[in-house]
Design a protein around this ligand. Structure first.
Ligand SMILES: Cc1cc2nc3c(=O)[nH]c(=O)nc-3n(C[C@H](O)[C@H](O)[C@H](O)COP(=O)(O)OP(=O)(O)OC[C@H]3O[C@@H](n4cnc5c(N)ncnc54)[C@H](O)[C@@H]3O)c2cc1C
Ligand code: SF4
Length: 461
């Protein structure tokens, strides 16, 4: 261990730009066993590990790094990483590590952080190849919980309940489980087999999964709640934010999630909307976060003629992961900064032909260091586009069954919970994006886990 002076940080290999843009497979290769061991051996085993503190799941990072970086005990590393994390093979792939564990690694101080995310994935995949599987309770405790939604928050809640021997029934309105891991985040960031494998393990552990059922419409919430000892709500934040500009609903405009979900359905060979076709078109994506990057890179794979990102701030203030921005740039995306859309230009049939844009400038920093965006007078120009994708974030959708059942939401439509994940209705808990608003997979994982542990305490288990 502590080999950081002789071994440099390396990243997992990426497939070439030419090869990877032809398919939806993940772009990163798995670290080789030797690279995993060497990279883990760079860890200096801090007494107060900042990486562990910064990870929302408080993963036992230095311990599993020591387990593979020392005498290579993959069984121990696999067990430790699955102890605190409901799906390490998923977070290792999708977490923006530079803002989380790796961002706080002590080696950033001149030697570059440990490649924590890639090692987390390699521990899981090598362990699974060796026949390891996450462990669940064999005995049942005679209590049952219904989990509504099947995204990261719900998978995490189900995992910790099943580990304690509680019966779990999960309801999902889509065709497949996984939430945004399945129908949002594209396969080039996480292949869908990885998500399906986790769901299968939960089913093997006894979970009942019911898909294509929308709670509040197909099945009554109150009837369901009465059948179980507790309810966990992990229904996400599904409302796409609008631009509120003229012609934003014209033919050829589309919301980011509708675009990504449609392409994923096409990949799954499920029913999809054939009219959403960007091949040989000029595609403009408005927004600069992770969802925008996913739309841009998906449009590249769908054969768009040109793919342009239009973002209102400058490059340095883009909110998404720097890694994903770089990947988009390498895949041929054009970036235009400091611009906002004024209105969508349509032809005589009402179809999109372009966008009237306005240039912006960042204001001077306030004492708190904040900068706002100001439009520049006379800075108007036109961008040609056949397809405009809006990637402006998401808000909770506040379905009517919440108010009908006395479940309080705040002014943003997010479910209100106390510090122990209780909603205003006894026996009903919530977590993930439906509570926080759009956040990260690892935040949803932490919420689902903490809510499940609270349910266990409240049921005296
Ligand atoms: C395009 C995109 C890319 C992203 N990329 C990343 C990334 O790279 N890294 C990262 O950490 N985060 C990323 N995120 C954010 C991350 O996906 C979310 O924070 C996370 O999925 C939230 O988990 P959740 O379980 O709260 O909700 P969701 O994943 O939204 O799952 C909610 C589930 O509930 C179901 N549901 C809703 N209402 C009902 C009902 N009435 N009955 C039955 N089922 C219902 C929905 O169909 C859905 O499956 C991305 C988000 C998007 C949109
Ligand atoms: S879950 Fe995310 S933040 Fe935590 S150790 Fe893994 S990659 Fe880092």
């Amino acid at each position: 261990m502590q080999n950081f002076l002789t071994i440099d940080r390396i990243e997992p290999q990426k497939r070439s730009q030419l090869e990877r843009t032809k398919d939806y497979k993940e772009i990163y290769e798995l670290l080789s066993k030797n690279d995993m061991k060497e990279q883990a051996s760079r860890c200096i085993q801090c007494g107060d590990p900042f990486c562990h503190n910064k990870c929302p799941l408080h993963n036992l990072i230095p311990f599993w790094l020591r387990a593979v970086g020392g005498k290579y005990d993959i069984d121990l590393a696999f067990a430790l990483s699955n102890e605190t994390n409901p799906y390490p093979e998923i977070t290792g792939r999708v977490c923006p590590q530079e803002k989380l564990c790796e961002g706080d690694c002590s080696l950033n101080d001149g030697h570059k952080a440990i490649t924590i995310g890639a090692i987390e994935v390699a521990i899981s995949e090598n362990g699974i190849r060796n026949g390891l599987k996450p462990k669940f309770s064999q005995k049942k405790v005679g209590k049952s919980v219904v989990v509504i939604g099947s995204g990261p928050a719900s998978i995490a809640a189900a995992t910790y309940l099943l580990r304690a021997g509680v019966d779990v029934t999960m309801y999902e309105k889509q065709n497949r489980a996984g939430g945004l891991l399945t129908y949002g985040i594209p396969g080039f960031k996480i292949e869908k087999e990885i998500v399906a494998r986790r769901i299968e393990w939960l089913k093997e552990a006894g979970m009942t999964l019911k898909t294509n059922i929308k709670i509040g419409e197909d099945v009554s919430f109150s009837e369901l709640a009465n059948l179980h000892n507790a309810v966990f709500l992990g229904i996400g934040a599904e409302q796409s934010n609008k631009a509120n500009i003229v012609n934003e609903n014209a033919k050829g405009t589309i919301m980011a999630i509708d675009f990504l979900r449609n392409i994923q359905k096409k990949q799954f060979k499920e029913d999809f909307d054939v009219s959403i076709d960007v091949a040989n078109k000029n595609v403009a994506v408005i927004g600069g976060g992770d969802t925008a990057m996913d739309c841009l890179r998906t449009a590249v794979r769908e054969g768009a003629r040109s793919v342009t990102c239009l973002y209102r701030r400058d490059k340095f203030n883009m909110p998404g992961s720097k890694k994903e921005f770089k990947n988009a740039l390498d895949e041929g995306v054009i970036f235009v900064y400091n611009v906002v859309p004024k209105d969508i230009i349509v032809n005589s049939e009402g179809g999109v032909i372009g966008i009237n844009m306005q240039k912006t400038i960042m204001s001077n920093k306030t004492v708190e260091g904040r900068q706002s965006v100001e439009t520049l007078k006379g800075g108007d120009f036109k961008v040609d586009a056949d397809i405009v994708i809006f990637a402006l974030g998401f808000s909770p959708s506040n379905p009517t069954f919440l108010s009908e059942n006395g479940i309080e939401v705040n002014s943003r439509g997010a479910i209100v919970v106390d510090s122990e994940y209780h909603t205003s209705k006894s026996g009903v808990y919530a977590g993930g994006d439906c509570v926080r608003g759009a956040a990260l997979v690892v935040n949803a994982a932490a919420d689902g886990k903490a809510a499940a542990l609270q349910i266990l305490r409240d049921l005296s288990l």
